[in-house]
Design a protein. Structure first.
Length: 301
């Protein structure tokens, strides 16, 4: 069931449905005179990995930031499990069972990897890690459980060997896993991932794909990502943006063959022999980054 009728009007029954976790509806974002998002809709269902793709400047990061509460939409609604969230802010996410990783990993270099992961768990800890650091007595049992859970997540991501290290001493791909572990330790129902594959090698990206697929039986994922091979492999559904608008949504196969999507990614020049979208379409288009200025010209409200 979709929350969006074919004409783009809201489908109230679908919105209220427990089959939808996160619904972004008619989201418009203006930065000064620029319309970064224009009536964008997206729904993330339980246990699905939902991809958000689009060329440079399409509005992906802005949409991610709306879902995180970093950016307040000019209009539109955010609904979480049937409840409308007004004035969502980043520090509200944990209480709703939503976690995120960002492109800037935001790890604390002055504490260990394990402690960084423990910081992510405020949703469950009664007294919390920081009060543990301050030696508030009631937190002792909580902190032990939290430490064990954090170690379990490090084991799951195969980085338990780095638990006592400072993040600053670790290679970037390991730091990325630490950031993911910190998001997962709160046992979120929805994980928001912003370009998790950036800076990873092909093999590291394949491992990341395995991790994301392994998570999808217990957490829904909204994945903003440039690397098309990863998106096509792990996502059950994809929303495609261009110039701040949704130009396609559907399964990877549907999106891959959508003429509007192919055109947005520069058409046949950057498609594979099988008609698929090239993984590095943006990289091969020296003019694409210039399109942002062009796009802004078209987007002025
Ligand atoms: N803070 C801001 N102030 C003004 N304009 C902005 C701001 N953030 C984004 N924009 C504009 O909004 C549009 C969408 O940008 P956004 O970063 O969301 O796109 P994107 O799809 O994430 O791009 P990329 O793939 O290059 O990261 C662009 O035209 C961008 O220039």
């Amino acid at each position: 069931m979709s929350a969006f009728a074919p004409d783009g009007a809201p489908d109230r029954a679908a919105l209220a449905s427990p089959t939808t976790m996160l619904t972004l509806q008619d989201i418009t974002v203006r930065f000064g005179g620029i319309v970064a998002l224009d009536s964008v809709g997206l729904e993330v269902r339980p246990s699905e990995v939902h991809g958000v793709i689009g060329p440079n400047g399409a509005g992906k990061t802005t949409l991610f930031n709306v879902a995180c509460g970093f950016v307040q939409p000019s209009s539109g609604t955010i609904t979480w499990k049937g409840e409308q969230l007004n004035g969502l802010r980043p520090h509200h996410l944990a209480r709703h069972g939503i976690a995120r990783t960002l492109q800037g990993l935001g790890l604390f270099d002055g504490i260990s990897v394990l402690e960084n992961v423990m910081v992510g768990a405020d949703r469950h800890g009664r007294a919390g890690f920081w009060s543990g650091l301050l030696a508030i007595p009631r937190s002792t049992g909580d902190e032990k459980a939290l430490r064990e859970r954090s170690l379990d997540v490090l084991c799951e991501l195969d980085i338990e060997g780095y638990a006592d290290r400072s993040p600053a001493s670790l290679p970037y791909p390991i730091r990325k896993r630490v950031a993911l572990a910190r998001a997962l330790v709160s046992e979120p129902e929805l994980l928001l991932l912003d370009e998790p594959a950036s800076g990873l090698s092909e093999s590291e990206m394949a491992e990341l794909g395995d991790i994301i697929l392994g998570l999808s039986d217990r957490v829904s994922v909204m994945l903003v990502e440039h690397h098309m091979d990863l998106v096509m492999r792990v996502c059950s559904r994809i929303t495609v943006l261009d110039f701040g608008r949704v130009i396609a949504r559907g399964t990877p196969d549907e999106v891959r063959e959508d003429p509007a999507v192919l055109a947005a990614y520069l058409g046949n020049e950057v498609t594979h022999d099988d008609g698929g979208i090239d993984d590095d379409a943006d990289d091969r288009d020296p003019n694409r980054s210039l399109d942002r200025d062009d796009a802004n010209g078209d987007r002025r409200a």
